[in-house]
Write a protein that binds this ligand. Structure first.
Ligand SMILES: Cc1ncc(COP(=O)(O)O)c(C=O)c1O
Length: 453
């Protein structure tokens, strides 16, 4: 069957017997809401399918919630758990490290070993610094770019997310028609003054970047980009786009920063820069690097890391390089490198099978689905547009329809990210993929028949 326009009809979710399967989770959420703002510790966790869920255990590709439901997990804690949950070797390596000491706040052997491994793997990593979160690593990169160039402004792209801090919290998910105009703050409370230092442009549009840099290049300290636009649509760069950014930055003396928080240690061990063959000046890594432990890294060319080397600019953090996280990073690199990167090849193969299988089932049910992305991660949306190349395409997706799909999948025992991004881990199996596609088939059939949850 062909694609259908307009998108699928949706029946709104109601608090009925389906949601009752998560009653204990709901009770915990109500209790949590009396002590934790919105009942959560990160705003991204506030958007549950029925309500934010509470969990008690996770192992391999599965999680168990407070009601005892077993869930096949494609969120992987928003990406980090690339080895699956509670990988025994990872856990025992972390336990051994913590048994020696939890935090020296001084240098230690494993920190150097991890930095050496990353230097070997990541093309731009002439020097590194460890941090605890991607948000701070992004700030460190921007500070370095400003310190080297003496310029203030940064250029970022619509729909790209570089952490929750003010300097980058513009045009993260602007209303579709606002993208490309004045920077739109992500939420209330963001410093108005920060907007003056940011220029936002549509992604994958080299001409727009060239035009803007021709006018403002001598004010731009850095162009920062996710090398794959993972946070909205999982859109790969058009041929020549990343290389074009490289040339433009060279021509204007601006830093090219790759935000590899999602692509790093997932698309390739050396990140998207190794995969696409374009080396940035600075890059930030996190998520999969620590496989679920709070570890991030700034990696950069010596020239762009020089202010840290010279001590003319600062990057700090009490928790940086802590033993548990560094041990997790070392174990992750070793496990992912094992057998000539077998785990990453397997993740890519299973992810591609899942991505293509979902698209096929959408077509079979006559639904307008777009399933797009490199494979180790991909994005699914209800949309008449078969391929997205920039944020505006994604902003037009039918999000209510995807919510309905997520609800149906949760009731089938599959946990998904409601924004449409799917992550596959080394713990997923062919059988998991087959079971997931069978579940998706049932849910899509119900949606196509107007029986969505
Ligand atoms: C591309 C990207 N950059 C930066 C961040 C921020 O990382 P963290 O949540 O560790 O602060 C994220 C988080 O989702 C991300 O997806």
């Amino acid at each position: 069957m062909g694609r259908r326009d307009p998108p699928v009809p949706i029946i709104a979710a109601t608090e009925g017997s389906a949601a009752d399967r998560f009653a204990r989770s709901r009770a915990w959420h109500e209790r949590a809401s009396r002590v934790l703002a919105a009942g959560v510790s990160s705003q991204f966790r506030a958007f549950g399918v029925f309500h934010p869920m509470h969990y008690v255990r996770a192992e391999g590709a599965r999680m168990w919630d407070a009601d005892g439901n077993e869930l096949l997990d494609y969120t992987l804690a928003q990406g980090p758990c690339i080895l699956g949950h509670s990988h025994p070797e990872l856990v025992s390596r972390v336990q051994a490290a913590v048994a020696r000491a939890q935090l020296f706040a001084g240098q230690h052997e494993e920190e150097v070993l991890l930095a050496e491994a990353l230097q070997r793997l990541i093309p731009c990593a002439e020097l590194l610094r460890f941090a605890s979160s991607g948000s701070e690593a992004a700030q460190a990169c921007i500070r370095l770019a400003r310190a080297v160039t003496g310029r203030q402004r940064i250029l970022k792209f619509d729909g790209h997310y570089h952490g929750w801090l003010d300097s980058v919290a513009f045009n993260v998910a602007p209303p579709g028609n606002a993208a490309g105009d004045a920077p739109v703050p992500w939420c209330a409370g963001i410093a108005e003054s920060a907007a003056a230092d940011v220029i936002c442009l549509p992604w994958n549009d080299l001409d727009a970047v060239r035009r803007t840099m021709a006018r403002h290049g001598d004010e731009i300290a850095a162009i920062i980009t996710e090398p794959v636009m993972c946070n909205q649509g999982c859109i790969e760069p058009l041929p020549g786009f990343l290389a074009g950014l490289r040339e433009i930055c060279d021509a204007h003396g601006s830093a090219l920063i790759f935000d590899e928080i999602i692509t790093g240690f997932r698309i390739a061990l050396g990140g998207a820069q190794a995969q696409y063959g374009v080396t940035p000046d600075l890059a930030l890594f996190g998520k999969a690097l620590g496989a679920g432990f709070p570890l991030a890294a700034v990696a950069g060319r010596a020239r762009w890391m020089a202010p840290l080397q010279a001590g003319t600019t600062y990057h700090a953090g009490t928790m940086n390089g802590n033993n548990a996280c560094v041990a997790a990073g070392l174990a992750t690199v070793e496990l992912l490198e094992r057998d000539d990167h077998a785990a990453l090849r397997r993740i890519a193969r299973l992810g591609a099978a899942l991505r293509d299988g979902l698209a096929e089932r959408g077509t079979a049910h006559g639904l307008a689905l777009r399933v797009q992305g490199p494979g180790p991660m991909f994005h699914m949306a209800f949309s008449c547009l078969p391929r997205a190349t920039e944020y505006r395409h994604v902003a037009a997706d039918d999000r209510a329809a995807y919510q309905s799909f997520c609800r149906g999948m949760l009731l089938e025992g599959v946990r998904l990210i409601e924004r449409g991004l799917w992550y596959v881990s080394a713990a997923h199996t062919e059988a998991d993929v087959a079971a997931t596609l069978a579940a998706a088939d049932r849910v899509l059939a119900a949606i196509a028949a107007g029986r969505g949850t």
